[in-house]
Design a protein around this ligand. Structure first.
Ligand code: GLU
Length: 304
């Protein structure tokens, strides 16, 4: 498959969307990013790389970090995890409180904020050096030791953390957080603040595409069945209240973040990361979704 040519075609075809949407500004540091950027990178399981545009410009991965968090917690806690968080699509916004109140503090899934805040609490319980462990895992997955937290982004989110603080308080009220709320939230913001480029991100998702290879990164290891199940949750819950639409248009498991990034995988073929900061109403990258829709359409390859 000539992915490079396909990426170049896609780049031309998405130009009409270049000014559509608006970058996230509820985290003040994200409002400073130049919205007119676009990068994409594919890494195949055979070891080829194809990229285009701003594929080596670092951006804030935000909620894409929730996939790494789930992988760590599943490795550490196993199925016990599912006592504290569900695996059903939420159909609501990433930071919604309504469902959490009705369902008495059990988040629908690990890829909405409430679910990731519970998983952050689990990691804090199990690890003596959770921040170092999390970063080490992401560095190992991507093979890039210079990946770091962006403290400015994390601090900026902390200063405006009203909704996430409300979520954490509701979780604590329902005894689904054990640690100090402030500590849990700041570690959660740090995970979201990690800066990666499309190349790094695509590399970091390759192990999720390649579930036949052993998933072993330091002390974090998953069975092939666990990797496939993470993909299942990406498919059903990876795009907030737009998971159905993404599945319909693109047909790949993936995860988006409000920094404008999307990482997706085609099992046993490739991982792809795309980034463009302008978001639609649901908080997903406009050009990112369009590019991935065109990718699976033009290659005629999706999981369906
Ligand atoms: N740090 C963001 C928040 O908690 C992540 C949201 C996202 O990327 O979906 O609001």
């Amino acid at each position: 498959m000539n992915y490079q040519q396909i990426l170049e075609n896609i780049y031309q075809e998405i130009q009409p969307y270049a000014q559509v949407g608006k970058q996230a500004d509820y985290i003040p540091a994200l409002a400073k990013v130049n919205p007119d950027q676009f990068g994409i990178c594919i890494n195949t399981v055979q070891g080829e790389t194809f990229m285009l545009g701003d594929a080596t410009t670092s951006f804030s991965i935000q909620s894409i970090s929730k996939v790494f968090l789930l992988a760590m917690c599943l490795s550490i806690e196993g199925d016990g995890l599912w006592r504290r968080v569900g695996k059903e699509p939420s159909g609501t916004a990433f930071n919604s409180l309504i469902q959490l109140e009705v369902e008495k503090g059990t988040p629908r899934n690990p890829f909405i904020n409430a679910g990731a805040i519970v998983l952050t609490d689990i990691l804090l319980k199990h690890s003596k050096h959770p921040k170092e462990d999390f970063l080490r895992f992401v560095r190992r997955l991507s093979g890039n030791n210079s990946i770091s937290y962006d403290e400015e982004v994390a601090q900026s989110e902390r200063e405006k953390s009203y909704l996430n603080a409300a979520i954490a308080n509701l979780l604590k009220y329902h005894h689904n957080i054990e640690n100090d709320i402030e500590e849990v939230l700041y570690f959660y913001f740090l995970q979201c603040s990690i800066g990666m480029d499309c190349y790094d991100l695509s590399k970091a998702f390759l192990p999720f595409a390649n579930h036949r290879r052993p998933f072993e990164y330091g002390e974090i290891s998953l069975t092939s069945s666990q990797v496939k199940r993470i993909n299942a949750i990406m498919q059903t819950c990876g795009f907030y209240d737009e998971a159905g639409e993404f599945s319909y248009l693109v047909g790949l498991p993936g995860k988006s973040g409000v920094g404008g990034g999307i990482a997706a995988i085609h099992p046993l073929r490739y991982s792809v990361a795309v980034w463009s900061p302008r978001l639609n109403q649901k908080g997903n990258s406009v050009m990112g979704i369009k590019a991935l829709e065109l990718l699976t359409t033009e290659t005629q390859e999706s999981i369906f």
